[in-house]
Write a protein that binds this ligand. Structure first.
Ligand SMILES: [Fe+2]
Ligand SMILES: [Fe+2]
Length: 263
């Protein structure tokens, strides 16, 4: 059995501070074997830098997924193409740096395979290929039985696309978890064939912001044809959203539970 903590999109300094403050106690209380998080908003909301990734790993994060905003800073070359435990989404073109999957070696507990896939609907990602076939083809090319667990991140905007994607891969992987919207959903469950699922984990970032952006900037953007540059909300409460998944095999989970905290 592998107990994985999957944390939603960590946003800027408020998000990194919340991980620093909460992660050690959660790891201890829950008996976590491995910590995974999405880092597309890690550096001031836009992409990630080598420095902010090193900071997050220092706080206890083991493995990271990149999302659609990782391309916003040139550090993606080093973060995805180097030795960092970070994956991009699988259905981007092969000539981009990095891979859409990665193995985490958990010693006696075996190997956990993590795969990230980006959704189609409302994502405006012109270079991606259709997510269902992309993951299907990938899974056909591997021997799933050699893994103690297989976790899939579906990084997508549409709740219906994410749920149908999860139902399609139910029983083919241990779990399917959504990221990207920054809004946690309350639909976590085991699907009929035994895979764990949640539509969106949520985020670790400023509670009274839009995604992570100062609300006043978003008001202006909504009301005027011109708007200032996005800035992160550095003040006020921060939300921390994650799920704990008990993985009991490469095609099933024993449980999934939400952790939603406000600091
Ligand atoms: Fe995000
Ligand atoms: Fe995203």
């Amino acid at each position: 059995m592998i107990k994985a903590l999957f944390i939603g999109d960590v946003c800027g300094k408020p998000g990194r501070r919340a991980v620093r403050d909460l992660l050690p106690a959660i790891k201890k209380e829950e008996g976590i074997d491995v910590v995974i998080t999405n880092i597309e908003n890690l550096a001031h909301g836009r992409g990630a830098t080598v420095e902010t990734v090193n900071e997050l790993m220092y706080y206890g994060v083991d493995f990271m997924t990149a999302g659609n905003h990782i391309w916003r800073r040139p550090d993606f070359h080093e973060l995805l193409g180097g030795d960092f435990p970070i994956i991009r989404s699988l259905n981007y073109p092969d000539d981009l740096p990095g891979k859409g999957y990665g193995e985490i070696d958990l010693g006696e507990k075996g190997k956990l395979l993590v795969i990230s896939v980006i959704g189609y609907a409302f994502m405006n990602e012109r270079t991606i290929t259709e997510p269902f076939r992309s993951l299907d083809a990938f899974l056909k090319g591997i021997d799933s039985s050699k893994y103690a667990g297989i976790l899939v991140e579906i990084h997508a905007e549409s709740t219906s696309e994410k749920l149908s994607f999860a139902l399609y891969f139910d029983g083919k992987v241990s779990g399917i978890v959504g990221t990207h919207t920054h809004i946690p959903t309350a639909d976590e469950r085991l699907l009929p064939q035994g895979s764990s699922y949640i539509n969106d984990i949520g985020m670790v970032g400023p509670l009274n912001s839009s995604l992570w952006v100062k609300k006043e900037i978003v008001f202006q953007q909504s009301m005027y044809p011109y708007s200032p540059r996005y800035e992160i909300e550095e003040e006020g409460p921060v939300r921390f959203d994650a799920v704990v998944i008990e993985i009991d095999g490469p095609t099933s989970s024993k449980s999934i539970k939400r952790i939603n905290k406000i600091l």
